[in-house]
Design a protein around this ligand. Sequence first.
Ligand SMILES: Nc1ncnc2c1ncn2[C@@H]1O[C@H](COP(=O)(O)OP(=O)(O)OP(=O)(O)O)[C@@H](O)[C@H]1O
Length: 252
Amino acid sequence: MEPVAKLRGIRQGYRRRDVIVDLDLDIRHGVLGLLGPNGAGKTTLLRTLATVVPPKRGAITISGVPVDSRRATMEARRRIGYLPQHFGYYPGFTVYDFVRYSAWLRGVPAREADAATREAIGFVDLTDRSRAKLKSLSGGMIRRCGIASAIVGRPQLVLLDEPTVGLDPAQRLEFRSLVRKLKDDRVAVVLSTHLVEDVAAVCDDVVVMAEGRLVWRGDPEALREVAAPDAEGDSPLERGYMSVLAAQGAVA
Ligand SMILES: Nc1ncnc2c1ncn2[C@@H]1O[C@H](COP(=O)(O)OP(=O)(O)OP(=O)(O)O)[C@@H](O)[C@H]1O
């Protein structure tokens, strides 16, 4: 089956500095965990996939359509939901306004936008807070609003950048169940994280990035298996991850 997203020969960076080099990646249905130390290029990769910034070089295909023109970019954005790590919001907006506004930004047709907004708010279980102002919500609820804004209009690809940072353990469990629901809905999810436990809990597949390159790909079980006997870490998965980084000379 055609991947939901296909990246070929991607080079990306800021001004003259390249932070992603010659990256190839296929993304299919399921949850793909993106692990890597600070500065590995995870956010840059997600921003590139989200079509926020065009790559310096290389090709992106979303649902079989090359993203190679302004029109194709606008079309791709309708299929992609992106939750940046630090997403902005107006504290005076209600939950409903915030998600409805995201629907408009993503080009959800006006006649579908109200139903799509209600659906997304229901998905994150905030229906009874629809009329609450964002400034009155807890951090965990704000994150759930962020997820609702990323999934409104049912995108095929959902990109979540370190979504569990700052969540308490109960909120993290809630978040994981939301990601599992997305997977059941046949959405492709890319989850950038520093937390190996998030990967263990929800990911089907894992990519490890270091210094702008993909240095390892496989399922969580395979990552556990590459753990070196003397690797540091609190769990087999963490030891596997640290072993991959150590092999690259890129220990976090
Ligand atoms: N707007 C920017 N201008 C210049 N350099 C940037 C910019 N954003 C990121 N970088 C640099 O690009 C490299 C990759 O950053 P990126 O944020 O993609 O990494 P990351 O893996 O997401 O890191 P983290 O886990 O800390 O969020 C870093 O060296 C960073 O300093």
